[in-house]
Design a protein around this ligand. Structure first.
Ligand SMILES: [Zn+2]
Length: 168
């Protein structure tokens, strides 16, 4: 028994000189066993003024939700393929999947709408260009190029009043 655990600890016997890194046994919240090299990260604790007040190392593998001991059968969670994490109930797993589906649907609809908008504005631009070209052609063929509203703009009373003040 002792030998087995020693082998386990060094990663199936590849230890020391060969450069094998010791593996740790982790357990997923749904009760699976994972042997992995600990992902040790250093961290520092700082106070409000930014002064270092402590620190140490932590295993980033635990951030994934992995555990160092096998969870008791009645507290085990359910693995969720949607978020690659764990939920307490089947209902939560289902809701998580639906949430993602809703989001994907939303994005798809948005992308489709944007495409339609682009197409319609392009069609509009082409129509405007065609109109412009035909107007130019009319001009070349003897027509007169002149804006329709060609009368002088009326000066409003306010504008006149302002001009009067400026003149004083
Ligand atoms: Zn989920």
């Amino acid at each position: 028994m002792k030998l087995t655990s020693a082998i386990e600890r060094t990663g199936y016997g590849f230890g020391g000189d060969i450069g094998g890194l010791p593996r740790t046994t982790y357990y997923t919240p749904d009760g699976r066993v994972i042997k992995a090299i600990p992902s040790i990260r250093e961290y520092v604790k700082k106070d409000k003024e930014g002064k270092v007040i402590g620190g140490g190392t932590r295993d980033a593998n635990l951030d994934k939700g992995w555990l160092l001991s096998l969870p008791n059968r009645n507290v085990r969670k359910l693995f969720c393929q949607t978020c690659d994490r764990w939920h307490d109930t089947q209902a939560e797993v289902k809701a998580c999947g639906q949430e993602l589906k809703k989001f994907i649907d939303q994005m798809t609809r948005k992308a489709k709408k944007e495409n339609t908008d682009k197409t319609s504005s392009l069609e509009q631009q082409v129509a405007e260009l065609k109109a412009m070209v035909s107007r130019l052609m009319e001009g070349k063929n003897g027509g007169i190029l002149q804006p329709k509203a060609n009368e002088l703009k009326k000066v409003s009373r306010q504008q006149r009043a302002r001009k009067g003040k400026e003149a004083v």
